[in-house]
Design a protein around this ligand. Structure first.
Ligand code: OAD
Length: 252
């Protein structure tokens, strides 16, 4: 794929944009081998009950089951690598006056690929926190209590280690969310890649950008609720289209 395959008005927009905001979702890690949530057949929520594995109630009901599931996902992520889409976004950042990367992903692949200042709306799966106090639990402590599923918390007698991710019914980190909405409201172009746009408040960001006058580009093999406000929809994988965008910028 080269930039000749991109619509010429999109190429023009990329070259003239000063502030770019990007919203990514599970689809950008699909080509790293990490399953998405809502794809039929292969999506995690097609096989598992999200309320059992990704809610405070589910954790209270069976902390061992939830811990084991996150340990399985951590292992999968540890054995996988960022793909060309992640690297392209890190590369693109240097070509704009403002470039804010907002992700719903908890895998940390954007940072591994070299992106800085990533706004992680849903936390990061590699960290663990106390279920009662939400204080960070150091890896050393977790290693010393690795036989427990989950390990106890050093911060609270009734606390347990849990992943530092946002579960259904929980609030997103406030400062991160504020920064994401500011970026959406101030950008010239918003790129939305690999998200079904089914989970709020992240799904509102492209709409805020559009209402504030930004142009919106969607990248997804499927059409989503976001496609209808996107001026351009690049149908296909992020690992193909994001490098094509980066090549436009490096040839500018
Ligand atoms: P979803 O699984 O809901 O959506 C993934 C999207 O990626 C779909 O629209 C796919 O069509 C698209 N997709 C699949 N393969 C792709 C590829 N190779 N390149 C680009 N796109 C591709 O994932 P999210 O929208 O990220 O929250 O889900 C949002 C949140 O819902 C997640 O952060 C998670 C989940 O419940 C929590 O765990 C709190």
């Amino acid at each position: 794929m080269n930039h000749d395959d991109l619509p010429s008005d999109l190429v023009g927009c990329l070259r003239s944009a000063s502030r770019v905001a990007v919203l990514t979702g599970a689809g950008v890690s699909a080509e790293s081998g990490i399953p998405t949530f809502r794809d039929a057949q292969t999506g995690l929520w097609a096989k598992h009950d999200p309320m059992q594995l990704a809610s405070p109630e589910g954790f209270d009901a069976d902390p061992g089951l939830v811990w084991d599931w996150y340990q399985w996902r951590r292992k999968l992520i540890a054995e996988s690598n960022p793909n060309a889409g992640h690297f392209a976004l890190a590369e693109m950042a240097q070509h704009f006056d403002g470039f804010v990367l907002v992700t719903q992903n908890v895998d940390g692949f954007h940072q591994l690929a070299g992106s800085e200042g990533v706004l992680e709306l849903h936390g990061n799966i590699q960290r663990s926190v106390c279920s009662k106090t939400r204080k960070l639990i150091e890896p050393d402590w977790l290693a010393r209590h690795a036989d427990a599923r989950p390990p106890p918390s050093p911060h609270h007698a009734q606390g347990l280690a849990r992943p530092d991710v946002v579960w259904f019914g929980e609030a997103l980190p406030e400062a991160t969310l504020d920064a994401a909405f500011s970026a959406a409201g101030e950008c010239d172009l918003m790129i939305v890649a690999g998200t079904a746009g089914a989970v709020q408040p992240a799904a509102s960001l492209p709409f805020v950008a559009r209402e504030s006058g930004a142009r919106v580009l969607g990248i997804n093999p499927e059409t989503t609720g976001i496609s209808r406000i996107a001026e351009w929809h690049l149908a296909g994988p992020g690992a193909t289209w994001l490098p094509a965008l980066a090549r436009v910028m490096s040839n500018t």
